[in-house]
Design a protein around this ligand. Structure first.
Ligand code: SF4
Length: 507
């Protein structure tokens, strides 16, 4: 490093330390202040008597303005350094086919889309490229998968799992690159997106595809109105990735061998028109969640027209755009001129000016999903004033322990993403191996509540099967841990009478 670079990096570090309240840095500043005061005073008296008070005053003024400007510019460099002082590790290099991909290419959204892994054959090809020939024994893996010892066995297991899965395969390069391929059997990211037949568990008899009965609460197709003041606007049926545990596996993604996906939601203005009409004619609605599918795949011009149309409705005060994009393809936010990013920033700014709000609701489930690219993308949204909240799903083998959940929540809070909800995994068909008993979420909340600032502590909730809506997990009326059956009573739901909703733990 050249000596100039050493000095400037020292100054930047020093200013960063001061801004961060570093005690040593503050001591240096105070010592410098007192030494400077004594020497400066001696110099001042001598120079002033030599050149006269008027000239001296002018020179001192110019020096003071110059010093302030230097401090300000160094300070600005330090502020930017806080955002960019990251280890830009090319974490995609561990995928052999991407070892020559440059940072510029990986950060480009078009490259991410073009290299997204889709379908079982393309996935198998990547697995052969990325997996070691021999898979190490992994005691953290599900017991039924620990016998898998070779790459061939693993790939066959994946292909068998895909034939049983309700969701098709789509995985972004970012997600492929954060999986620990030396431990593919237990890796928490792999478990969310790539099924294994060996860990498949038969569905609980009470599981359903549309477990929340969303189709039963739709006044018009694509719009779910369950809560008094809130509606769900299903804008698209596609996503940048397909999560195995998706609540909307009845409609999201391409058809699979198990699920034909009849109720799809194409992003067309003609389909949206009756949904807008219902919202306009229902004054009790003040809050709209625009989801799908994933908001990342709403074309930018449509995102603008949806948010503009909703913001123009006087009784709509809050809009949330639901997207896992920040967690699974953060490069898009940093891609210069990306129109989707500009659309959400524009909508958020316009809403603020109207005294309303447009927020981004995202979906991180594990700390390993956040890389330096995610941090820069999150910082960009924060600087642009976009509110970002997170909704986590509790999943077995992914985040069902206190250490991981605590690390996830802290990571979100440290990056100015509000940890809004932790959900009990829904009773969705086809992913029983990922469900946890209610007791797990209760126990994790017991450890976490009080150990993290209240405003950064999420609500631990359950979305009641059959359309009961969200309730605090701890608010059950009964919970028999031996049978795994819990009940939640909702007053006045049944023609003025109480309605009881049941949740069933995995068998
Ligand atoms: S991104 Fe959301 S909607 Fe899409 S598959 Fe995952 S959970 Fe389902």
């Amino acid at each position: 490093m050249a000596s100039g670079e050493v000095v400037s990096s020292w100054i930047v570090t020093f200013m960063t330390d001061i801004r961060g309240g570093n005690d040593d840095a503050m001591r240096y500043v105070l010592s410098g202040y007192w030494i400077g005061l004594v020497l400066g005073r001696l110099l001042l008296v001598r120079v002033t008597s030599y050149i006269g008070p008027k000239l001296a005053l002018t020179i001192y003024g110019i020096i003071a303005i110059g010093l302030l400007a230097v401090i300000q510019s160094v300070d600005n460099v330090a502020v930017n350094a806080v955002a960019t002082a990251v280890n830009r590790e090319p974490y995609w290099y561990k995928i052999p086919v991407w070892k020559d991909v440059t940072e510029k290419e990986f950060l480009d959204y078009n490259w991410q889309v073009a290299n997204t892994v889709q379908g079982k054959y393309k996935l198998a090809k990547y697995l052969y490229a990325v997996l070691p020939e021999h898979i190490l024994y992994d005691e953290d893996a599900p017991e039924t998968s620990r016998h898998v010892q070779t790459r061939d066995m693993f790939v066959q297991d994946v292909l068998g799992g895909i034939s049983l899965a309700p969701m098709s395969i789509r995985i972004t390069p970012h997600v492929m690159s954060v999986i620990d391929w030396t431990k593919p059997l237990s890796d928490p990211i792999r478990r969310q997106f790539i099924p294994l037949k060996s860990s498949f568990i038969e569905d609980h008899p009470r599981l359903q595809l549309d477990s929340l009965n969303e189709t039963g609460s739709s006044p018009t197709p694509g719009l779910v109105h369950r809560y008094h003041d809130k509606a769900l606007f299903l804008a698209v049926s596609v996503c940048p990735v397909y999560c195995r545990f998706c609540t909307r596996s009845y409609s999201v993604g391409g058809p699979t061998e198990e699920v034909s996906k009849k109720n799809i939601f194409p992003p067309t203005r003609r389909r949206w028109e009756p949904m807008f009409k219902y919202i306009e004619e229902t004054p009790q609605l003040s809050d709209i969640v625009v989801s799908g599918g994933d908001g990342y795949y709403i074309p930018p011009e449509h995102l603008t027209s949806i948010t503009e149309r909703l913001l123009a409705i006087p009784h709509i005060r809050r809009i949330r755009i639901a997207s896992k994009g920040l967690a699974v393809c953060p490069s898009r936010i940093l891609t210069p001129g990306d129109e989707w990013t500009q659309a959400i920033i524009k909508a958020s700014t316009a809403a603020r000016k109207m005294g309303k709000s447009v927020a981004l609701h995202t979906h991180f489930n594990h700390p390993a999903e956040m890389t330096w690219i995610t941090r820069l993308a999150t910082q960009k949204l924060y600087e642009e004033g976009v509110t970002v909240r997170n909704q986590t799903v509790m999943l077995r083998g992914v985040n069902d322990n206190v250490t991981t959940m605590k690390a996830l929540i802290r990571m979100l809070a440290d990056n100015n993403i509000m940890p809004y909800y932790v959900y009990q995994g829904d009773m969705v068909s086809g992913v029983e191996e990922l469900r946890t008993p209610l007791s797990t979420i209760l126990e994790i909340e017991r450890h976490i509540r009080g150990s993290i600032a209240g405003f950064a502590t999420p609500n631990f909730v359950i979305d009641l099967p059959g359309g009961g809506g969200k309730r605090l997990a701890v608010s059950y009326d009964t919970y028999d841990r031996s049978t795994g059956v819990s009940t939640y009573v909702l007053p006045g739901r049944n023609g003025g009478k109480d309605k009881v909703y049941e949740h069933h733990d995995p068998l």
